[in-house]
Design a protein around this ligand. Structure first.
Ligand code: NAP
Length: 281
């Protein structure tokens, strides 16, 4: 029951009607009998500053931040945690003593979705397709966990090169067009292959990712950040060839669980959050 004492968190985005986070977090609060509620907060880009001030004014304890506000919200916050500095984006806000602190739980959420499946990272070679916000979070997480080498392939080599410059010099990170030979060679060497593009989402066109499956090591772990559908054509193909496959549901739950822990100080009930999520996919 919501009372005058209930603590409020929400999700800032535009639009947010599609977000599964309210179901996932409200189920987690209920499971632990915490007096919190989580609400969708549709905010147009032009009103983002007012919305952040409003969260403080209305005594919110925090919020999640989603598209298109993850980067543009940063100047409105009082402090940026190192997790958000490295990824260049904020997906979680904690409001403490009237100050808004921006965090990013996507990078660690992705890593935990792998370690939960006993995938080790140290010394591995990773190939990533896509160079957007999600790829940046994934690379940030990987370079903090001892990955040996990362190759970014995109449909646009210039964007791949620009992406590489976002990370500290000395990081073993290369960008290329995914039709180049460098990409084909990388595919043949990689231990972990990750789709960070929207190709394969239910609503997207039927485009295929540029993988020559004959060349992929059978031991390679194949990941897709997409969680709807749970088995994209890319993952289905990998699974049919015997690869371990991991979809984006684990990352979504883990990033949410880490945000939940920042707001409440309690260990998040991950299995309940995943069950709730699966019901809506
Ligand atoms: P984004 O910032 O828009 O980046 C998308 C990337 O994919 C860009 O490199 C883009 O290339 C490329 N791309 C898009 N459409 C393409 C196409 N038709 N052909 C080739 N390349 C294409 O998006 P994002 O935030 O990184 O999200 C990427 C995916 O990850 C989405 O499906 C999203 O739902 C998913 N995601 C999942 C989680 C999770 O918790 N599981 C979290 C975040 C994101 P251009 O620059 O050339 O357009």
């Amino acid at each position: 029951m919501i009372t005058g004492k209930t603590k409020t968190v929400g999700i800032l985005g535009w639009p947010v009607g599609h977000s599964l986070s309210p179901f996932m977090h409200n189920a987690a609060f209920a499971a632990l009998e915490l007096d919190y509620t989580y609400v969708p907060l549709p905010v147009e880009p032009d009103h983002l500053g007012e919305a952040v001030a409003g969260l403080k004014a209305m005594g919110f304890v925090g919020a999640n931040v989603t598209i298109p506000h993850k980067v543009t919200i940063m100047p409105y916050l009082d402090e940026i945690d190192p997790s958000a500095q490295l990824t260049g984006a904020v997906n979680t806000i904690v409001i403490r003593n009237g100050r808004c602190i921006g965090y990013n739980t996507d990078a660690q959420g992705f890593i935990q979705s792998l370690t939960a499946k006993n995938i080790t990272l140290k010394g591995k070679t990773v190939v990533i397709m896509g160079a957007g916000g999600a790829a940046r979070a994934v690379v940030s997480g990987l370079i903090q966990h001892g990955i040996d080498k990362i190759i970014i392939g995109t449909r646009n080599a210039v964007k791949a090169q620009e992406f590489v410059t976002l990370f500290p010099a000395g990081t073993n990170l290369q960008g290329c067009d995914w039709h180049d030979e460098l990409f084909a060679d990388a595919i043949a060497q990689c231990d972990i292959l990750i789709n960070c593009t929207p190709i394969g989402m239910s609503s997207s066109q039927q485009i295929e990712l540029p993988i020559n499956w004959q060349n992929v090591k059978t031991t390679a772990v194949v990941c897709d950040l997409i969680y709807n559908p749970p088995l994209t054509p890319f993952l289905a193909h990998a699974q049919s060839r015997g690869h371990i496959v991991i979809n984006g549901a684990g990352m979504l739950v883990e990033q949410g669980a880490l945000a939940f822990e920042l707001w409440t100080g309690e260990v998040a009930p991950r299995s309940i959050m995943l069950d709730k999520l699966i019901k809506f996919i």
